[in-house]
Design a protein around this ligand. Sequence first.
Ligand code: ADP
Ligand code: MG
Length: 583
Amino acid sequence: MNRFFLGFVALLVLGQPLLPEFTVTLLNYIGLYALVALGLVLLTGIGGLTSFGQAAFVGVGAYATAYLTTVHGVSPWGTLIVGMAVTTGISLFLGFITLRLSGHFLPLGTIAWGISLYFLFGNLEPLGGHTGVAGIPPINLFGIELKSGRTLYYLIWAVLLSAIVTTQHMLDSREGRAMRSLRSATMSEAMGINTTWYKMVIFMMAAQFACVSGWMYAHLQRFVNPTPFGLHIGIEYLFMAVVGGVANVWGAVLGATLVTLLKQWLQDWLPALLGKAGNFEVVVFGLMMIYVLHRAREGLWPILLRLIPQKRQGRVIEAAEPLPRRSMPEAGSIVLDVQKVTKRFGGLVANNNMSLHVKAGEILALIGPNGAGKSTMFNCISGVNPPTQGEIRFLGDRVEGTESREIARRGMSRTFQHVRLNATMSVLENVAIGAHLRGHKNFIQSAWRMDRTEERRILGEAARQLERCGLSEHLNDTAGSLALGKQRLVEIARALCADPCLLLLDEPAAGLRHLEKQALADLLRKLRAEGMAILLVEHDMDFVMGLADRVTVMEFGEFLAEGPPEEVQRNPKVLEAYLGGVE
Ligand code: ADP
Ligand code: MG
């Protein structure tokens, strides 16, 4: 990719003098559109949020500079800062209202604010109403006035390429991994990721990209009116991102290029072909969109990528100082104490007056028939789904009602019965998500690669935990390519990456082969010896009985029995309720 990138830059820089005026103009617009589409790659492809309203942010950038340069004589660089500040304010406000909306309410929300801002531009008298603002001065860069499209071309593409490179860097970091897991909110929060904050960050970033694009647009046109910032253009931006491919930053460039060129050609050819004037390209675009969505859901970039032969090179783990570890609670002290927890789902009582406790350096197995309420108990304990009644103490503090990411921060980590991995991310990256709370570099530091030492330490930790779980050879595989049993082990490695003092494992041995089960049991014994408290739900009785110090049995959501494995195994109540069916 690097060679391609350098070649692309060289072509852009050296090719400019050879290009006809018209091509330079087209490339300028492609650059401006691609910058907005890049924001949509972040929003839609990474965050799973759909916005039809990006054109409005382009308008904010354009109008801020149009108004301030013409009316108040502010320098374009000053207006850029003001534009970005205004965009931050508006996106914070809109993000606060709309990002909490789920499903189709979010896109509808973006349509609503897209329309409102558009009408605001057209109706505010100082902004020139529908006639717009003319006489915008050119940008002055190091004493050179960027008057022509040819000179602005360099600025536009330099900004776009920097945005692409920094975005790519950011996505390949602790912050980026958090953003890439936003679609799996429950898992992310359980790993300590503040999903609301990261949604807000990508929303603001996308808005800033659009704002900067609008700023350059205004100084390229030297005139603005509301038309290019309307809802239909917002839809077109989304179209570019989706057609190009929202999973990759280059999809934005590809999409912007294809849509701009096609629009140009269609506008020229369709009226001639049909012998009538009109915006026929809109119809053709609509049909194309349906076709692309039908045939290439991931957009066209992945298809283009497949045409270029490339070596898949895995990540090499570099030596790094291990991350600091938390101190384990005193051996034998009670780490988790659940007292009389009840969890109701409407009329269904999934946990009824249930109690259990786990000590440091102990493995407690929670067993019971399917539907007994074990996973529900896990969700109560880990803050994923708080209990209706009862008390849960973790390290002595009450945690029922505490958010799961805060509980994670205090040292509890878990796996899920239904595996929650990011299937397209590598095994190593998935596991590194577990170490989210052990890193501190923010997204700006990541974008500028000021996080590399920390990143090496995090990836080093992830690799170490993967090795412990016997997955070293799968480091660079995508998580989705692994067998289900192995995916469970990846979840255990991810949980261990958080350096927990209490580990909750929901059916960790399901789908594992005999030798893998033995290796897992050995690992859990080792963790116990290190002082970790482990709470384990498992159906494989041989596995449980040979491993657990104590067993708690539940049935129909209620406590049934508790004791050392041999004793529980002989308990008539348990035999009848649970083991009876097995024997
Ligand atoms: P186990 O893990 O012991 O097999 P669960 O805790 O998954 O059992 O389920 C216990 C009961 O709670 C089941 O009857 C299940 O259908 C119900 N249940 C679990 N989660 C929910 C939920 N989110 N909403 C409604 N019912 C649920
Ligand atoms: Mg379960």
